[in-house]
Write a new protein. Structure first.
Length: 250
């Protein structure tokens, strides 16, 4: 059984074969799509009244009582100096719409990033593959929604069931990329089956990146330009190792 370190080394070697710029470019496109989505949802919210932009004094006028009930009181002199500072307030209905739309689109984006990462491990990576999720738009969006809802429902029981569900479904988008004809339910079931007995391996692999995550924080996100591609290809290497161990059910 190969270790987390060996899996990371496989990914590092693959990136070192002249693939760093390709991976960084693909991640940049993936990140850019997420930023554009966030801005689009924000503008839709403001245009439809789902998001109201209030100055701090206006916000405290409407919601200050809730703060006072917990012992928080902001002096009026301070509020007067915060007229130019704004606070976005989202309605519950728009929060639900934002969650559904954001989750759906994240599935489309994640599918492309996953397909690219696996292709790179198989010596066929192209940065534009990050857009490949759009060719299976509804399939990928529905898979993300179903996966997210299942994890949330298991999390309602306690932290541990939610943790188990999270790791049970981690191979879902890798499998969907290889088997686009499979339904979302079958993909999740197959991921759960394959991850049986291997959740701890992936959890340990996640934990092994703690130092890299700290580096991203210390560099104010700059290190993420190469750390995130490295992590993405590493998870693709993990998936490839899982395929080597297991004959995927038809």
């Amino acid at each position: 059984m190969i270790t987390a370190r060996e899996i990371r080394e496989r990914a590092w070697r693959k990136l070192g074969e002249g693939n760093w710029l390709k991976a960084m470019g693909a991640f940049g496109l993936y990140w850019l799509m997420g930023m554009i989505l966030a801005q689009v949802l924000r503008r839709i919210g403001i245009a439809t009244g789902g998001i109201e932009i209030l100055s701090v004094p206006e916000f405290m006028k409407q919601y200050g009582e809730a703060f006072r009930q917990v012992g928080v009181e902001i002096p009026s002199e301070v509020l007067k100096g915060l007229d130019e500072v704004t606070v976005p307030v989202t309605t519950p209905a728009f929060q639900v719409c934002q969650f559904v739309a954001g989750t759906f689109m994240h599935g489309v984006f994640l599918a492309g990033w996953t397909i690219f990462s696996v292709a790179l491990m198989r010596n066929a990576g192209n940065s534009l593959q990050v857009f490949s999720g759009f060719s299976r738009f509804f399939q990928m969006g529905w898979l993300m929604l179903l996966q997210t809802v299942r994890i949330m429902l298991w999390s309602l029981l306690l932290v541990i069931p939610g943790f188990v569900a999270f790791y049970s479904y981690r191979l879902a988008f890798f499998l969907k990329g290889d088997h686009p004809e499979w339904s979302a339910s079958k993909v999740l079931a197959e991921s759960k089956r394959m991850m049986n007995g291997h959740k701890w391996r992936l959890a340990y692999l996640d934990a092994s990146f703690i130092g890299w995550w700290l580096l991203i924080v210390v560099t104010c996100g700059i290190a993420g330009l190469f750390v995130n591609p490295y992590m993405g290809v590493t998870y693709a290497a993990f998936y490839e190792d899982m395929l080597d161990r297991d004959e995927v059910g038809a």
